[in-house]
Design a protein around this ligand. Structure first.
Ligand SMILES: NC(=O)c1ccc[n+]([C@@H]2O[C@H](COP(=O)([O-])OP(=O)(O)OC[C@H]3O[C@@H](n4cnc5c(N)ncnc54)[C@H](OP(=O)(O)O)[C@@H]3O)[C@@H](O)[C@H]2O)c1
Length: 392
């Protein structure tokens, strides 16, 4: 039995992870759950999976959870960043699933690694904001970081048994999102309701908006570069609207290995949980004849400038990717509230990056301080009309 702590259990990845656990009760036991504010779903998860320890976003939410949680075999209820860290390191897990959304996932993920626990990583913002710190900690402790992101899982699988020096290039695939074929004028009018309708994947709101702007691919390019130890210039992107080929590795002899599957996050999640084994899953088989055509094209960074910002942040290095990530989190939140136009999301990120003098990455405290600065700066731009001035 593998013992799991799941950070972000009430979210899309968290719930899919628990669906895999429920399908394999003889393989996994849940020791800890951490979530934000969704006490209704969390109470139900406590009833079903009986963790010893849970954590929520703050003390008030913890009080609400205490009302709803089962009285019998009640878990220890914690809150805040310290609570999430404790679930990660002290619930008795031997694998931590990192699936909170945003840079808030960084601290508990790093705590798990520092405690010598392997991590199944969905929370890409952790590697974007503090990639070299996280990878150095993982190397020092000798712990594995197993990707959950479908693209990185595909690369991880294609690299299995291969020599890193034989890799020429990584190719991430991107669906292109709901606005793949829209011109700039129409993109200026996009609403949150339209952007929340992803053509192929059902995901949480932040990553769905990131997919629509292609900022998600920018984050993933940085994530791949950090995770697989390759320069960002060796990570390319193909638009592949069918979302069947999840990513590819090109080798020095010209061979290309890809991983294919139906777009269902339970596949990469199950692989990360059971690696290096594979578990049977009751998901529909991939029928390539029914899919019919697999197409690929080069992304348009004029209509989707977020992708180019990702490369620029990675090339600058140091604290710049953390700034890109923090500004994007603020811009997406403002867009979802109807307070920012769709095309102002990358503008907010670009303007925040422009105002940042990046430094080499040194410590978690530094990353958290840079994250706070970028969030405040982006907040000022969004609310103070700073973008309007730049627009001309
Ligand atoms: N969804 C996908 O298919 C997918 C695919 C690849 C990678 N990812 C990555 O996986 C991560 C999670 O994505 P998602 O789509 O599952 O997001 P989501 O559905 O929005 O879920 C986010 C989770 O984080 C929790 N959370 C948010 N703020 C928190 C805070 N301050 N403290 C504690 N918990 C907090 C939420 O709790 P409450 O809901 O209880 O507030 C929820 O459990 C992201 O980094 C995303 O990029 C997702």
């Amino acid at each position: 039995m593998k013992r799991l702590a799941i950070l972000g259990s009430t979210g899309s990845i968290g719930q899919s992870t628990l669906a895999v656990v429920a399908e394999h009760p003889d393989e996994f036991v849940v020791t800890g759950l951490a979530a934000g504010q969704n006490v209704k779903v969390l109470a139900e998860q406590i009833r079903q999976f009986r963790p010893a320890m849970v954590s929520v976003q703050n003390e008030a939410v913890a009080a609400q959870l205490r009302e709803l949680a089962p009285r019998e075999d009640a878990p220890k209820i914690l809150w805040g960043p310290a609570g999430a860290r404790e679930v990660a390191v002290a619930s008795g897990a031997d694998l931590v699933v990192s699936a909170m959304v945003g840079a808030v996932g960084l601290e508990p993920t790093l705590a798990a690694i520092d405690a010598g626990l392997p991590v199944a990583l969905a929370n890409k913002e952790t590697l974007v904001a503090a990639g070299s710190l996280v990878m150095a900690a993982a190397r020092e402790k000798g712990v594995a970081i197993i990707p959950v992101d479908s693209e990185h899982s595909a690369i991880f699988q294609a690299l299995h048994g291969q020599r890193r020096e034989d890799v020429r290039r990584l190719w991430l695939t991107a669906s292109g999102g709901p606005f793949r074929a829209w011109d700039l004028e129409r993109l200026g009018q996009v609403t949150a309701a339209q952007a929340l309708k992803h053509p192929n994947w059902s995901m949480g709101p932040k990553i769905t908006i990131d997919s629509a702007t292609m900022m998600n691919k920018a984050l993933e390019v940085i994530e791949a570069s950090v995770l697989f130890g390759l320069s960002v210039d060796k990570v390319g992107v193909y638009i592949h609207p069918q979302s069947i080929v999840h990513s590819l590795v090109e080798f020095v002899d010209g061979s290309v290995l890809a991983q294919l599957g139906v777009p269902d996050m339970r596949l990469p999640i199950a692989y990360a949980l059971s690696y290096p084994r594979r578990l049977p899953l009751n998901s529909p088989p991939l029928d390539l004849c029914q899919v019919g055509r697999l197409t690929f094209e080069i992304p348009d960074t004029e209509r989707f400038p977020g992708l180019a910002l990702g490369y620029a942040a990675a090339r600058a290095g140091g604290t710049m990717p953390a700034v890109l990530n923090a500004a994007n989190e603020m811009a997406v939140a403002a867009f979802l509230k109807g307070r920012l136009a769709f095309m102002d999301i990358p503008k907010t990120v670009a303007a925040t990056m422009d105002s940042h003098r990046h430094q080499p990455l040194e410590s978690l405290e530094q990353v958290l301080a840079v994250n706070r600065w970028a969030r405040d700066f982006a907040h000022g731009l969004i609310n103070g009309g700073g973008l309007g001035a730049r627009r001309g």
